[in-house]
Design a protein around this ligand. Sequence first.
Ligand SMILES: NC(=O)c1ccc[n+]([C@@H]2O[C@H](COP(=O)([O-])OP(=O)(O)OC[C@H]3O[C@@H](n4cnc5c(N)ncnc54)[C@H](OP(=O)(O)O)[C@@H]3O)[C@@H](O)[C@H]2O)c1
Length: 230
Amino acid sequence: MRSLSHGYSALVLGASGGIGQAFRWQLEMDAGCGKVVCLSRRDDAFDVTDEDSVLRAADRMKSEAFDLIVCATGALTINGLGPEKSLRQISQHLMMAQFALNAIGHALILKHFVPLLARRKRVIFAVLSARVGSIGDNALGGWISYRSSKAALNQIVHTAAIEVNRTNPSSLLVTVHPGTVKTDLSAPFASGHKRFEPNDAARRILEMLDGLTPDRTGGFFAYDGTAIAW
Ligand SMILES: NC(=O)c1ccc[n+]([C@@H]2O[C@H](COP(=O)([O-])OP(=O)(O)OC[C@H]3O[C@@H](n4cnc5c(N)ncnc54)[C@H](OP(=O)(O)O)[C@@H]3O)[C@@H](O)[C@H]2O)c1
């Protein structure tokens, strides 16, 4: 990424997922990137619904100063329970699980990993959200738990961005809609939808982040850089 210092160091959270693996690949291919560190539940027992687990993972990296952190953790189906089509299908357990992972878990990630960002220089912390988390863009209904957990995530990252900007005006903290991407997450809902290859999605997102200036911090962007309504 040209906007980061040469030899920059990057951290991929959720590196075992479809888009997370693609981020890893794209960053390892980038000649300007000096180091890519990866973390995942599968390989490192990094469970974002357990604060001790998030704390332990961050603590193991406390000597690092990352220029770029991309977070690709999240779920649409949890323990076999997919998104609701109607109010009748709301399950307290599914909704709590969606919030524990997609919203609160990401607040814990910000709490413990923002201190691992490099100081006084351009840094980027990008968290994957979803366009369906937009209230302004919601014309279809359904998927209440996932939508609302992503809306909460957008607010969490926006609020964190304001705080981080006070100590580092060159910081950029954003949420990103990756598009519909060919991964396990989207597979059950793919019928009739064009899906991007994960490598294309990751490449486009990194290019888009590269072009964002710090005054856009706190924003919610699609993979092509267009701002999405809250
Ligand atoms: N694919 C799409 O079309 C699409 C569209 C819009 C938004 N998104 C968003 O993009 C992100 C990545 O999605 P994806 O398509 O790459 O999904 P994916 O292939 O299912 O990957 C999900 C990732 O999240 C991790 N994860 C799940 N629960 C976790 C937990 N409790 N603690 C830590 N890690 C956990 C998984 O870890 P393990 O595999 O190691 O368990 C995996 O690395 C998600 O936030 C999703 O909402 C995706």
